[in-house]
Write a protein that binds this ligand. Structure first.
Ligand code: HEM
Length: 153
């Protein structure tokens, strides 16, 4: 795609601004996906019902409602606007990216569900398993960025 034709979709000259906003909110979203499961590792070392336990519940709740949920929604809206603008539906790199983003969104669902369990006093996973889960967003992010920038297929 030539430089000029990138301005010909419905976003026109706003295309690069939308892309800049998309990447900014991607950073906020991924930061949230990194930090909240880290919180969980500290949280589950506390005694259910203790003051420390309640402080972690509040901290996690704020991170989810102020960072994770809004950032995820904004990334999706701006990303889909870019996709319509560039008409990339059906291109392999985009399908692959979308698949991984869907998994990342599912991971956020797991974060919400695990947070509810912790708040209810249940410590379901061992720290080691939680640390392994924590690796997932980093790995997915690396692949997503390669798909969207290198466009290997
Ligand atoms: C939520 C669904 C998402 C959709 C529908 C979407 C879609 C798009 C589209 C169509 C572009 C423009 C590509 C281009 O200009 O060639 C783009 C750019 C970009 N996206 Fe996403 N994206 C999403 C989520 C993400 C996520 C989760 C990440 C990172 C983990 C990400 C990272 C990027 C980057 C780095 C760019 C800039 C690429 C460039 O300048 O060439 N996106 N996205």
């Amino acid at each position: 795609m030539s430089f000029l034709s990138e301005y010909q979709g419905f976003l026109g000259a706003a295309y690069l601004w939308v892309k800049a906003a998309h990447v900014t909110f991607v950073i906020f979203w991924i930061a949230g996906l990194f930090i909240v499961p880290r919180y969980y590792i500290h949280h589950q070392a506390t005694t259910p019902g203790s003051a420390e336990d309640r402080a972690w519940i509040e901290r996690e709740d704020k991170a989810r409602t102020i960072i994770l949920t809004p950032a995820m929604l904004i990334v999706w809206v701006l990303g889909l606007m870019l996709a319509v603008h560039l008409n990339v539906f059906g291109q392999l790199w985009f399908t692959a990216k979308l698949l991984l983003v869907v998994i990342l969104t599912g991971y956020q669902g797991w974060i919400g569900a695990y947070g509810k369990k912790l708040a209810g006093g249940h410590r379901e996973l061992e720290d080691k398993k939680l640390r392994l889960m924590n690796e997932l967003p980093g790995i997915l992010t690396a692949f997503i960025v390669v798909f969207v920038i290198v466009k290997p297929f």
